[in-house]
Every structure is written in C-alpha cells, then in structure tokens.
Write a protein that binds this ligand. Structure first.
Ligand SMILES: [Ca+2]
Ligand SMILES: [Zn+2]
Length: 461
C-alpha cells in the first residue's frame, strides 16, 4: 500500500522490543519514573459519573494493588514507575475532531486509509492535547521527564493515554503511520520568557507523541505503547499481551529488561523465587529457538494473575518477530500481525494448547504439584535434552527445582522418612514402686515409663 511506504524510514513500533533505538519516537520509555497524561474524552456527550470514577480510581497514583501505577511497578519488579495524571474530560459537543467525519460517524479504524494518509489522526490528537493545554491551563512539559536514558527528558511525551469513544482497545503508532503528533508544550508562557513570540499559546518548546494508547483495556494497550505485539489468536501464553489477567511472561520480561535471565546449559538444582518477587527466569538455548522457565507464584501472583501458580515452561522462536517497519500490520490481509497464530510460534506455553488453570485449579501448563516432573520439549514437540522436576512450595512461593541434561528425569524429591512417634500408654503401673537401690528412687514411676517406652520402641523395630 502506497501510504505505508512513506513510513518505511521509521523503525518498527510494535516489534516486542526487538529494536529499542526508537524509544521516544515509537515506544514509551520503560525504565525509571515517567509522567503520563491520561485524557478522558467523548463525542456528543459527557462521561458518565461511573466512567469518570473508574478512570480516576484506576489511575490514582496512590491507588492500591491492581491500580495502573501499582501494576507496572509490580510487573517491572520496581524498574519502571509511571505516574499518571487524569486531566479534566475533553468533550466534543458539536463537532468531530477527525477530519472528514461528522458527529454521526465520529470514529475511525485502522482501515481508514484516507484519514491516516492525510494526517487525520494527527489533526485529531493534536486538537485534543491542545485543548487540555489551553482550556485547563496545563503545562504539558511536565509530562516529559523521561526518555531512552532513564530520567532524561527527550522532547516526547512519556506516555499519552486516551479514553475515547472514537476508538477503544488499540494503541496507535502515530509516527509509524505518518501521524506524528506535535504540540507546543508550555502554557501559559511567561510574558518575559526572552523569546520573540513569548506570551502566546503557540510558543515555546514542542512536545511530540509518536504512539498513543486508546483504552480500555488499560494495561494491555499500554503494553503496546511500550513496544509489545499481540500474542493472542493462537495457543495460549501466560502474558499480558495475550489478553489474559496476567503480568508479562518471561520472553516479554527478557525483551524489556525487567528481571534477570539466567542462561542454563547444564544440570542444576536451585531454589527458584517467583519472578514477581525478584526471582530469575531460566533460559535453555541460545536462540533463535529456546525454552524459558519461571516460577509464577507467591502473593503478587495471587493479586495480579488469574493462572495457576507453579513452574511454567515456554517455547520461543524469535524468527517470528516482526522485522519490517510496519511489521505489526499484516498488510496482505489488512489486519494486525499475530505472531502466535501459526507455527512456528513466537512465544507460547508448552505443552502446546495447554490450559492455564486458575488459582484453585491446576490447569495443564504449569508443574503445580509436589514432585511433578517433565521431559522438556518445544512447541513443535521436539525434546530439548533437559528434564525438570519441582519440589514443594515453601516460603511464600519459592520452589526448589532440579534440571537435568539428557532424557532421564531428576530423582524424586521424596522427603526423608520420618519415624512414627512413640506412643506411651498412660496406664497406671501394675506394681508398687520400690526402691531399686540404685539411688534413683526419687524418680518413682517415671523411670518405669521410660523403660517401658524403650522396650516398646525396640519391639517395634
Ligand atoms: Ca519523554
Ligand atoms: Zn492488543
């Protein structure tokens, strides 16, 4: 399609962070603290009180576990801290900000090629953001405190989230679609700012926005703005980008650098902490095809995830990562690209087509029970030369695992045999206690009980 050629100079916005040199332009920064602009907007009506309350609660920076900021702080194991600000709603009562659209059809889709090629999305988003600046008197430059270098402003919004009825459930890579949005950031300008055009709304440093998340679903769409691609439309994978109630799985976590990945090339036995509590992901193989293992369990898993707790195994094939500038689009079929849709799969749970289970039911993906063992295989069913066994869950989610190279399962974690307790019958002694002459009379009947216990133990063998 001709329109897409024009954008080929840009790196790929949604490539599961195969590239990260386009952070700012195509991807929101993901390390350190960011300031996010959250804009409620409707066409032809106000938000309902319930809609507004949902947003304000979900994006309360001091919100409880499960709210937006807490979710990302937990998911990133403390490496990313997005602080959202919900501004006042921007309402379009009698006009549609999308060029060529009316109040009756004030919506767009990704197949609105005319709108996209003519910069219509840019026009609409710039209008919305300018209205926040001018009608609410908000200095937008406060929403750029982060960039590819953590803690360094880069001229791009750290993140823009739009709750709108023009479209929901998508992240729009504006720059990749030749709709890079640019506004003047500061307002009001100080009158004596020392520049020629100070004092007008359209003066001062510009702020750019190359990707915007249109919610709900909130965390999933925001995941796209960080650079992740969709993982649904295929065998299930326990990951936010597959739309399940989940945080990121190990491949996504590796790509964004949230947590440690331990390369394993031999047998080992170790106590594996849950990833959300800081435990490492284990990786078998150098790529492009490899397996990843993780412990999903513990209190944070219980709070944020709907799948069964246990030791999970994943199969990765990086040859399915999108590489073209617009790889997130399936241009031939005019829809999004789903790298898990057909074999070989980018990133799925193994065994293939397993069930994720629930906090109270084990499913069939994870090793969820004590002493469970498995011969490891990839998503094509090919054995990878390792076997795995898990022990019991201890210490709030930590699980001891044994990995063994070869085809033989690690020995069982059978616990040491505990001898049965000796039961001393509480019966009165059948004879009178008499002095024994050994100088221990004062022990009285107690001595007899000890002797009886020893006899019983010996007899039990
Ligand atoms: Ca920024
Ligand atoms: Zn998606």
């Amino acid at each position: 399609m001709a329109l897409l050629v024009a954008s080929s100079a840009f790196a790929n916005a949604l490539d599961h962070l195969r590239t990260t040199d386009d952070i700012g332009l195509n991807k929101n920064p993901h390390l350190g603290q960011s300031r996010l602009l959250v804009i409620p907007s409707r066409v032809g009506r106000d938000l309902t009180p319930a809609e507004l309350q949902r947003l304000q609660a979900a994006y309360d920076p001091a919100g409880p576990a499960g709210s937006f900021r807490a979710y990302w702080r937990t998911t990133s194991v403390g490496r990313y801290d997005p602080v959202p600000t919900v501004v006042q709603p921007v309402i379009y009562r009698d006009r549609c900000p999308l060029p060529g659209k009316t109040m009756a059809d004030c919506r767009f889709t990704l197949t609105d090629l005319g709108l996209i090629t003519q910069g219509g999305l840019r026009v609409a988003f710039e209008d919305i953001i300018r209205r926040v600046r001018d009608e609410q008197g908000i200095d937008l430059t406060q929403f750029d405190v982060n960039g590819a270098d953590a803690g360094v402003a880069d001229g791009y919004f750290d993140g823009v989230i739009l709750d709108t009825d023009m479209y929901s459930g998508i992240a729009v890579p504006l720059a990749a679609l030749v709709n890079n949005t640019v506004v003047i950031g500061a307002w009001p300008q100080p009158l004596d700012a020392g520049v020629d055009d100070a004092g007008t709304a359209d003066a001062g440093p510009t702020l750019r926005c190359g990707i915007v998340g249109l919610i709900p679903p909130d965390e999933h769409e925001y995941g796209h703005t960080l650079g992740f691609i969709d993982l649904y439309n295929g065998p299930r994978v326990n990951d936010l980008m597959a739309d399940v109630r989940a945080t990121l799985g190990p491949f996504s976590r590796q790509q964004i650098g949230w947590g440690d990945v331990l390369h394993v090339d031999g047998g080992l036995e170790l106590d594996l902490k849950p990833v959300l509590e800081g435990g490492p992901v284990l990786r078998i193989g150098d790529g492009p095809k490899y397996l990843m293992l993780e412990n999903r369990g513990g209190p944070k898993h219980a709070t944020y995830e709907g799948a069964a707790p246990g030791i999970w195994v994943y199969s990765v094939d990086e040859t399915k990562l999108p590489t073209a500038p617009l790889g997130f689009l399936d241009i031939v079929n005019q829809r999004l690209y789903y790298p898990n849709e057909a074999a070989p799969y980018l990133y799925v749970n193994v065994p293939l087509n397993c069930q994720l289970g629930s906090p109270t039911t084990p499913g069939t993906c994870a090793l969820t029970t004590y002493d469970e063992a498995r011969v490891l295989a990839d998503s094509a069913g090919q054995e990878v030369g390792f076997t795995l066994r898990r022990s019991r869950t201890v210490d709030g989610g930590t699980i001891r695992i044994a990995l063994r190279a070869g085809t033989e399962l690690p020995p069982s974690f059978t616990p040491p045999v505990v001898p049965p307790p000796v039961i001393v019958p509480a019966v009165p002694m059948p004879w009178e206690t008499v002095p024994s002459g050994c100088g221990c009379q004062s022990a009285g009947a107690g001595v007899g009980l000890v002797v009886l216990a020893l006899l019983l133990r010996r007899r039990r063998g």
